[in-house]
Design a protein around this ligand. Structure first.
Ligand SMILES: [Zn+2]
Length: 511
């Protein structure tokens, strides 16, 4: 009898273990797909058609303060680096010549806030839109591999600065779920958070990121460990922290202008529809002090203005917002999945049905319009104070398409008050300095990661779309080659789509 009892128990335990393994595999598979892993990966082979040494002749060069383009000159590129530049270099250089015909040469753009997830094809989208460096803000081990392959010339894509996925503190069950589904780095205690920073630094990440869901003691532990190890701490200001904790921390970058107004909102006590006017007054009163603290503590600010400005419409009118979004570019696993969904039934920002009661539209509209106004007020203060800013899009979050959204962000920055020169700086020189990379300038010794434009973006920032060619590690990608990359990504997306594209939704085609 006992023997049988043990056997039944054994089978029961075995079935449970198998069930758990099965559930794990299924969840892991669907998470992989929701973050873009279902779409076929296009060929991303760097070509070596461009000579090792050549002259890009007769181009106007964006000067190091981004204030103006030079008179036409020649730029010598050798082994992926700008070797020399000046007038009349063609004869002296004794190298093949590529005629620039008086076009505008500027550093390739940096998107300082992206999420590649499992969507390797995004690398092609970035290049097609002139983005030659990106800062990955949810880094996982495969991103470190992509980064190294790109550096070694084995994979075609922008240079990657990989920030490890955000460090968060949760209880046991929530922690298990989050590390499985959102792939956050979950630490349960301050000691574990400290160890996690050390482990991530040892794994080769370029920075570590604070989550909104980091406890106060966890935040202090992460801050102290990052200072001790010498790895930059970037990201959110945890909900459990105040702006005063940010000033006391080792954090070097704040991932959104939005984080500062959320911090002020915590000090205010949490605004609502009826107190939105008071809250905006409160922001007005405190914004200059916040900006000054950013400067005193040498903290860089990432923008993500276009995303936050889109919230009000996405919340109450997802269909309308999709009409102007380039839905064909985004990985269909991302757009259709529940994790970061774009489409009407799964859009992560769209107000859920159960909250759509009497007067809901006006309430949400008011709340999120206030939110965008607060962002604008804060942006004006940090801009006036001279806080160093880097342009970032939060690409792949709805409705920010990789690459394409960088042009939207530059427009948003100018709309919000930057000069075109300031907007270009935030996408070139400033992120180059923050990453401590030799990018973001057209000067000898800097990487030949460049964009050649047909029209001057200082006259109209929208001219950033007039891309004639992109130079990546010295290799020239012509407009035809960039369009071929775009077409390949769209074809791969189409082959993996479960929901057909609605003709009412926006689509992007070649530039
Ligand atoms: Zn993000």
């Amino acid at each position: 009898m006992l023997k049988w009892g043990l056997r039944i128990l054994g089978v029961f335990v075995l079935l449970n273990v198998l069930g758990a393994i099965g559930a794990y595999v299924m969840i892991d598979r669907s998470v992989f797909e929701m973050f873009g892993g279902r779409t076929p990966v296009i060929a991303l082979q760097p070509s070596d058609e461009t000579p090792e040494r050549y002259v890009l002749a007769n181009v106007r060069v964006l000067e190091p303060d981004s204030e103006q383009f030079s008179e036409p000159m020649d730029v010598v590129i050798e082994n992926g680096v700008i070797a020399d530049m000046g007038p009349d270099m063609v004869e002296r250089a004794a190298a093949p010549v590529m005629e620039g015909e008086g076009r505008y040469l500027m550093p390739g753009l940096t998107d300082s806030h992206v999420h590649l997830w499992n969507s390797q094809n995004d690398l092609a989208l970035y290049l097609a839109y002139g983005v030659t460096q990106v800062r990955e803000m949810h880094g996982q081990p495969h991103h470190l591999e992509w980064r190294d392959q790109i550096t070694q010339g084995e994979l075609l894509g922008p240079d990657l600065f990989v920030v490890a996925a955000q460090i968060a503190t949760y209880d046991f069950a929530e922690g298990l779920w989050q590390s499985l589904t959102s792939k956050r780095n979950v630490a349960r205690t301050p000691e574990a958070a400290d160890q996690m920073v050390r482990d991530l630094a040892a794994s080769g990440y370029d920075a570590v990121k604070a989550s909104s869901y980091l406890s106060h003691s966890g935040y202090e532990a992460v801050s102290a460990a990052s200072a001790d190890v010498g790895i930059p701490l970037v990201g959110h200001v945890p909900v459990a922290a105040r702006l005063d904790d940010l000033w006391a921390s080792n954090q070097r970058e704040v991932a959104h202008v939005e984080e500062l107004i959320k911090g002020l909102d915590r000090d205010f006590g949490g605004y609502g529809v009826s107190t939105s006017g008071e809250y905006l007054d409160y922001v007005m009163e405190h914004r200059d002090a916040v900006a000054q603290s950013m400067i005193d503590n040498e903290i860089v600010l990432a923008s993500t203005l276009a995303l936050v400005s889109s919230f009000a419409q996405q919340k109450v009118d997802t269909e309308g917002a999709l009409e102007t979004a380039p839905v064909n570019l985004v990985n269909p696993g991302v757009a259709e999945g529940r994790a970061m969904g774009w489409l009407p039934d799964v859009n992560i920002y769209s107000v859920p049905q159960q909250y759509r009661n009497e007067g809901w539209r006006d309430r949400y509209q008011t709340y999120w319009t206030t939110y965008a106004q607060a962002q604008q007020l804060m942006f004006e203060a940090v801009l006036a104070a001279g806080v160093p800013m880097v342009a970032g899009t939060d690409a792949n979050v709805p409705l920010m398409a990789p690459g394409y959204s960088m042009h939207q962000e530059l427009e948003a920055l100018v709309y919000a008050g930057m000069t075109p020169a300031e907007a270009l700086e935030s996408a070139t020189g400033t992120p180059g300095r923050f990453m401590d990379w030799n990018t973001g300038r057209v000067l000898p010794g800097f990487r030949a990661n460049l964009v050649l434009l047909n029209a001057n973006p200082l006259e109209d920032i929208r001219n950033i779309s007039s891309i004639e060619a992109v130079v990546m590690h010295g290799e020239v990608l012509s407009r035809d080659e960039l369009d071929a990359l775009l077409d390949a990504v769209v074809a791969a997306n189409d082959s993996a789509r479960n929901t057909p594209l609605d003709p009412a939704w926006g689509q992007a085609s070649g530039l």
